[in-house]
Design a protein around this ligand. Sequence first.
Ligand code: ZN
Length: 276
Amino acid sequence: MDTVFIYFAATAIFVFGTIIGSFLNVVVARYQSGLTMGGRSKCFVCGKTLGWRELFPIVSFLLQKGRCKTCKSAISWQYPVIELLTGLVFLALFAKFFFYGSNVGLYENVVLLLYTLFIASLLIVIAGYDFKHSVIPDGFVYAFDLAAFGSLFAGGVFNAQAGIAGGVFFLFFGALWLFSRGRAMGFGDAKLALGLGWLLGFAQGIAALLVAFWSGTIIGLLLIGISKIRTLSLPGKYFTLKSEIPFGPFLVFGALISFLFRLDVSMLVPLFSFYV
Ligand SMILES: [Zn+2]
């Protein structure tokens, strides 16, 4: 493929990602909120139906300086952040398939890419919803598990190793949920880990879990630090290790990183030699 075509395709897939991201925002905002998925987008404050110029992903938010055009109330950062992240994730997945992809034919790569973009969209909704509401939405995590289950049969051979990985991850997170009585993990995290195991198998899956735990710990400690500095005058009012920071976004982050960079748990083992 020539360079101009690749740049064109990369730009198109990024823009496509931001448009899908804009749709995922609607799903995150409306799912199980009593609002229907259909119907035009409105301002949550003044109720004005948004015009086409207010619906461009990222661009509209920047042009309107993050405010509603009609009533000037602030629009949540969730909107441009999810649009941008979805665009970047789509671009990264495209790059993975077309630059470092498997040497199967173009047709197979396009099908694999579409399947992966679909899975990534489900994971972005799960992460966004969990971040916002501290709940992993059942409908989406079941859809994700089903799609991941399908990947066990890719190539016409049952991938028993990945099948077992899903079960083991599910039991591990289920045990964390049970023994912490839901404080360390929600049961939704176990449902999510099930699909991650089926999708990634043991080597990449454990790497994904390690990235999730490490990034979760770093962000958790940062939050505790920030809140300690911010609330020095209000003793007792800060994040502690018991604070509920939703873990779903970290699981999704770990899975994406592991998948994109083909992390293998054996690549991460040298990092443990510090402790030995
Ligand atoms: Zn408004």
